[in-house]
Design a protein around this ligand. Sequence first.
Ligand code: C2E
Ligand code: MG
Ligand code: MG
Length: 697
Amino acid sequence: MSKASILIVEDEHIISLDIQTSLESLGYTVVGHADHGEDALKKVRGLHPDLILMDIGLKGEMDGIEAANQIRTQFDLPVIFLTAFANQTTIERARKAQPYGYILKPFEEHELAIAVEMALYKHSMEKKLRESEERYDLAARGANDGLWDWNLKKNEIYFSPRWKAMLGYKEEKIGSNPDEWLKRIHPNDLKKVQESLASHIKGKTAHFQSEYRILHINGSDVWVLCRGLAVRDAKGVAYRMAGSQTDITARKLAEMRLAHDALHDMLTGLPNRALFMDRLTLRIEHTKRHPNLLFAVLFVDLDRFKVVNDSLGHAVGDQLLIATAHRLQQCMRPGDTVSRLGGDEFAILLNEVNDASDAIRVAERICGRLVSTSMLDSVKRSTTASIGITISDANHAKPEDYLRDADTAMYRAKALGGNRHQLFDSAMYTSAVALLELEGELRHAVEYQEWLVEYQPIISMTDSKMLGVEALVRWKHPVRGMVAPLEFINVAEETGFILQIGEFVLRAACTQVMEWRKTAYPNLWVSVNISGRQFQDPNLVKTVKNILAESGLAPDGLLLEITESVALKDYKHSLKTLKELSAFGIRVALDDFGNGYSSLSYLKDLPLNVLKIDKSFIKDIAANNNSDAITTAIIAMGHTMNLQVVAEGVETNNQLDFLKARQCDKIQGFLLSRPVHGSEILRIANQIQGPSAGRTR
Ligand code: C2E
Ligand code: MG
Ligand code: MG
């Protein structure tokens, strides 16, 4: 067993040796002897025994009880009295020294053995307990936790000062009734706490743990984490429960902030796309159970927001978005969700509508609201929106479907000019899908260059000679056959494919005209249409020059056609590009003139060479007085600006005569020729010059 070391304090030397023999035979080590109190204290200090066997009557002033008292307070070591005294007074005094045993002489060896073992065991247990208490106390103080200890039998609870301080109370201000705790718990959390307390007390859970809000004296809520453990009797019935309370307010607030931020838009504070989709999903689930209760999804997109952002700066753009968010919320009923999907896109879930007209009314209210009052003084006039609406439908299972349809309808509203709403119908979906297909096919067409360029002669009014041709692209679609440009140019423009298509046409046209220049048409030129995206391309001039160089065509063999809106989109850029082209000797025509903004004051400063009157005016000649007047004016104006004037879309001799009388310079149209394959141009040009040459004089 243990090799405990023992100090023997005994005034009779013989007895002392006798005890030593007994102890050693029991396996203990005797580290020393003392025969008076002072000596005993000295040896305890020097020898560090595990236990002291102490006689009460000693030599010197200090007796054994006094020595034991001092050992207990100074060294915390177990002392066993071994004495012949058995009178009540001595025993009374001895008890106060809190000995670990009291053996009467003469003693039996096994009596001594049991007493020593018990004392050592008890002392080590006490030490462990004390250490553990200290450790716990330290931990609780370090963690700043409050402690509670609940006597379940008496239903009394002890709250530590720190527990009370956490709620802003002084020590004496909170009693020992458990209600002091429970009544302060937030009503919404109380049930949860009581349930988990009860289930732990019943033994259903290994420990009690709960996070809840508890009322601070100042009226605010403190978030706490409360943990506890029940102590049970032999039958498993809990009679006491104790635990800790930790202030977790800071963590909770941070968590709540994070959770909020993950689901909300930072700028406007509105629910973000994730939260919107979540609510929509729930709403769709609800509809499955109650198919008669309809809902609607609105997709709101501000008109020309990019202009505001680019011209007035992001700060103004942000303000506008915040103001819009506000306005939208004001148009809603409780239960509806307004969210910001990103950029200037907002999505709205109308939780309950009777039919489409309810949703339309909301959309109208929004449109009215956005423009009516001044959002921001500086951008008052630009704040309109396009709204797409879709109503719940049993065929739609997914939230993405609703958002997609509302988005499609919004696009339609935008295409119709904006500041309006549009209800989704399935035809839109079909056309949206068709658009996507078209995009895919265009990608393929660009890769395999499924293009054909046709040419339409442009004829001199005075002698019917072919002066130039306009290159017009067609798509040799593998299934649909020849597709006209109006069916794909816009999508090519949006997707950027127009850049590759445009380059193909330029190259084909220049090469072709170079061929024709070697025949009877040494001065022939080709008109090539340049779209907005192409004209904005910073490489345009370089590309054109390269192609001219490749084909060997002189710059005067090429004429680029741009529309008014393209020319005026970015005036500075236009001026620069046109100057570069003109310096190089390439001419530029203004196509479809008359149907755009016609900001003549601007146009007059651009280096242009040709004006092409839009065919809509030509078509109406002799049928519409306005068109007559406009055409007449355009021709005259073109001449004052030193421009050659071309009329396109000439289909009848009446139109031809009218144009001729007004000195229009050149004509293009079905009357003379449709656009044709390059191989036919020379034959057609000869035909035109033949019989009709005389007719046009
Ligand atoms: P645009 O530049 O105004 O070309 C004239 C259009 O009028 C051509 O249509 C032509 O076929 C048509 N046209 C010519 N004479 C008559 C006539 O007497 N009556 C009628 N009703 N129409 C006539 P097309 O070839 O369908 O091209 C349409 C538009 O597509 C062009 O209008 C042009 O804006 C664009 N486009 C054509 N080819 C290209 C190209 O290679 N690049 C770019 N960016 N756009 C092109
Ligand atoms: Mg054209
Ligand atoms: Mg045109």
